[in-house]
Design a protein around this ligand. Sequence first.
Ligand code: P6P
Length: 336
Amino acid sequence: SESTSVNTNIVTLTRFLTEEQKKHKEATGDFTLLCHALQFSFKAISYYIRRATLVNLTGLAGQANATGDDQKKLDVIGNDLFISAMRSSGKCALLVSEEEEEIIYFRDTVSGARYAVACDPIDGSSNLDAGVSVGTIFGIHKLAEGSKGTKEDILRPGTELLAAGFTMYGASAQLVITMKGGTVNGFTLDNSFGEFILTHPDMRIPKKRAIYSVNEGNSLYWEENTKSYFNSLKYPQDDGKPYSARYIGSMVADAYRTLLYGGIFAYPADKKSPKGKLRILYECAPMAMVFENAGGQAVNSKMERMLEVTPESIHDRSGIYLGSYDEVEKVKSFHK
Ligand code: P6P
């Protein structure tokens, strides 16, 4: 028969996870089941975000969350969807959510719950009403041997993350996921199948790119070395071309662009926020793992490797520089 243009070898996330599991002969399938629950929560959140304007889900929900931000209805729905997906998986022992002041323990699950999950169900939600891309960021840790699930199981450095990633709800839902020591793979939600399809296998961040992404509205509070670094990009001494500025204000969107095009994303610690603004467990560490596994780097404001930072509390914050390998090297050269 004549050759058809239809690709009949579609790799769904489900198939990808099955193939990943086969690489680990001791695998029980629990991690795969946890990832299926994660996958469902991304599909459900994506559905509600797309309908938000239509069913008037935008606007305030009238509650304030742990960190005091005004909660948008979608924040509440995203958080509730994520919690119920993790609980019903029976594989999650505890969950840290940006929307929850305390850890949620799933004591009622079968004893097979071997994982601790950190997530920001809808990161960048202050942009929701403006239709800007927001996203879910997640990190998965394995409980210590013999542990039933305690705070110590999640207050771990990012080097111990089993998996991490994010889903950006843009023109389509883009899932980017990486496993410990693995590659970075991007999936696009095909709404007709209701499946995440592998569209960006083995993502590699360009080694350098003249794009910087930072909220310059904080310049007044920046330390001297932060200022001199960004000035070197804007007013290059060797009469090179100045860098382009791109800042969306939604970490998932800024990170996804940086991962694809290269460049540097930064939220430096400054005099206003001495510990930085972004949270380690469900913003900095998961993004750092994705970027390192894609060939990039991530450091905090003290130029320490982001993945080696251990959070002191579940909502602990950090400064962060995230991006192309050479661009982070340039940051370091201004922080000797
Ligand atoms: P600023 C969104 O609220 C968020 O947590 C990240 O998604 C984003 O990168 C950052 O804060 C934006 O912060 O201070 O620039 O508005």
